[in-house]
Design a protein around this ligand. Structure first.
Ligand SMILES: C[S@@+](CC[C@H](N)C(=O)[O-])C[C@H]1O[C@@H](n2cnc3c(N)ncnc32)[C@H](O)[C@@H]1O
Length: 193
């Protein structure tokens, strides 16, 4: 049978903590797989803020939701062509402490320009911002890709940042296949009350 993929495990942990009507963030919209999952969970009364630095990614995300969701099931969707490191500046102050989940899927756009990829410093800045925005009991998931150049050092930097996070800010867990050091893996943080 095998264990869940990293993506499926991220979706499972998210689904356990997100309910209809919630406000959530996709920090790396890409082709919209995670945004779609979030949309299914928050429903028509929910709100999604989807970040990407590429217009192409935001268009793919919108197209996926248009294709795969019934018209009456669409949440309020804000497509933000911005660096996720600027997440705090991009969102209204009223949302601070009210976001149920923030998903990160680091790396580059599948099928797109592989030179446009997430970077350790801005990813960590964005993860810090995500923790500020999250409500108590909310979750951040971060899929990491150590198998490509740049992805390895980014994964190491994010892992070191997460391991050093004071436990009164959040509980950090990792989901990883230990025999394959280049396989994608997942870090999640549940915010403390
Ligand atoms: C691995 S993909 C995300 C996959 C996506 N979750 C999906 O379902 O297809 C990473 C995305 O991060 C975007 N990205 C790179 N740097 C970024 C940044 N600083 N802020 C926001 N998005 C960024 C890329 O353009 C790319 O679309």
């Amino acid at each position: 049978m095998g264990f869940l993929s990293v993506l499926s495990m991220a979706h499972k942990w998210i689904a356990e903590r997100v309910a209809a009507g919630d406000a959530v963030i996709d920090a790396t919209a890409g082709t919209g797989v995670d945004t779609l999952k979030l949309a299914e969970l928050v429903g028509a009364k929910g709100t999604i803020y989807a970040f990407d630095v590429q217009q192409e990614a935001l268009e793919q995300t919108k197209a996926r939701l248009d294709r795969q969701l019934e018209p009456d099931k669409h949440p309020q969707l804000y497509l933000l062509l911005r660096d996720h490191a600027l997440m705090v500046e991009a969102l209204d102050d009223a949302l601070f402490g009210r976001i149920a989940a923030v998903m990160f899927n680091l790396g580059y756009l599948p099928g797109g320009d592989a030179s446009i990829m997430t970077k350790p410093a801005s990813s960590i800045q964005a993860l810090e911002a995500a923790l500020t925005l999250l409500r108590a009991g909310g979750i951040v998931t971060c899929a990491l890709y150590p198998g490509h150049a740049g992805g390895d050092s980014e994964a190491a930097a994010v892992e070191a940042w997460a391991a050093a996070l004071p436990s009164d800010r959040g509980q950090v867990v990792m989901y990883r296949q230990l025999q394959r050091t280049t396989a994608p893996y997942l870090i999640a943080i549940e915010k403390r009350g």
